[in-house]
Design a protein around this ligand. Structure first.
Ligand SMILES: *[C@@H]1O[C@H](CO)[C@@H](O)[C@H](O)[C@H]1NC(C)=O
Ligand SMILES: *[C@@H]1O[C@H](CO)[C@@H](O)[C@H](O)[C@H]1NC(C)=O
Length: 263
């Protein structure tokens, strides 16, 4: 019995520490741009970070990719798929100009989706956009409901998010497997901005895929906006990380109950 109590106590202390650390990580990784050192580019593959840091005034976008770790998602897509990747990068001034719907009120999930919305999971040369514009809404890296409509009007590639429109203003890099195009404005997905900024509860499908019944949706996305943000530690499903936070609390409560019983 004593052994199991010692075990219980040390276990709960461990959980407590780890959840504190988890909280700190979550706090410290706000999506602020960070200065980017540019190591020498290697010719064998396209280093997206290096590319963006030298190609133009894309420090905001790159900074966001780095702080969310989505730069890895982009690079893995470039490294490990035959399809490659196409990135639409807004200039720094485009982020500056974006004041009306602010990005700062988004949840971490939503913010990541906005960034992923700026890439297609496939390499497209400029000439491909004519075909692409015939095909209707095209899915982006952000997933199914995050689509872009292309329109190629005599060589000008226009992008329509359903909520905002912009156009390609220059081809920054077009060499398989990585295409990078500069755009005029930040792309705002209708799936997020189509409704008012704190999303209305009813119609919007939740960002997570899980069928779990943990979605009192609107209230939740507002709450998670402030302190209990999921950390940016991985490029995959933040919803699971939020659940792990809840689990940690459940386990803590459970252990607390045991301790009270034993003392
Ligand atoms: C991509 O490939 C390069 C060269 O093989 C490698 O150095 C880099 O770590 C890879 N990056 C990722 C995220 O897989
Ligand atoms: C963002 O939130 C702040 C306070 O939480 C609010 O004052 C501001 O109007 C919001 N901005 C938008 C664009 O919703």
């Amino acid at each position: 019995m004593e052994f199991s109590m010692i075990f219980m106590i040390s276990f709960s202390v461990l959980i407590l520490c780890s959840s504190l650390a988890y909280g700190q990580v979550a706090m410290s990784t706000n999506p602020t741009p960070s200065p980017s050192p540019a190591p020498a580019p290697t010719p064998a593959y396209t280093n997206i970070k290096d590319l963006l840091s030298v190609a133009g005034p894309y420090h905001k976008f790159l900074g966001y990719l780095e702080s969310t770790k989505l730069i890895d998602t982009f690079q893995i897509q470039a490294n490990n798929t035959v399809e490659g990747i196409t990135i639409f990068v807004p200039k720094d001034s485009a982020f500056k100009a974006l004041t009306k719907p602010s990005l700062s009120n988004l949840t971490d999930d939503q913010f990541k989706s906005v960034l992923l919305y700026h890439a297609l999971p496939r390499y497209y040369a400029l000439a491909d956009f004519n075909d692409l514009s015939e095909k209707g809404p095209i899915s982006t890296l952000a997933g199914g409901q995050y689509t872009l409509q292309f329109n190629d009007e005599s060589g000008t590639v226009r992008l329509d998010s359903g909520w905002s429109k912009t156009k390609v203003t220059s081809a920054v890099h077009t060499s398989k497997p990585v295409a990078v195009y500069q755009i005029d404005k930040v792309l705002l997905p209708e799936a997020i901005f189509g409704t008012d900024i704190p999303p209305t509860p009813a119609p919007a499908p939740a960002l997570g895929i899980g069928p779990s019944a943990d979605t009192p949706s609107a209230a939740k996305s507002e709450e998670t906006g402030s302190s209990s943000k999921p950390s940016f530690s991985g490029s995959s499903s933040p919803r699971i990380m939020m659940n792990s936070g809840i689990w940690t609390q459940l386990v803590l409560a459970f252990l607390g109950g045991w301790l009270v019983l034993f003392f």
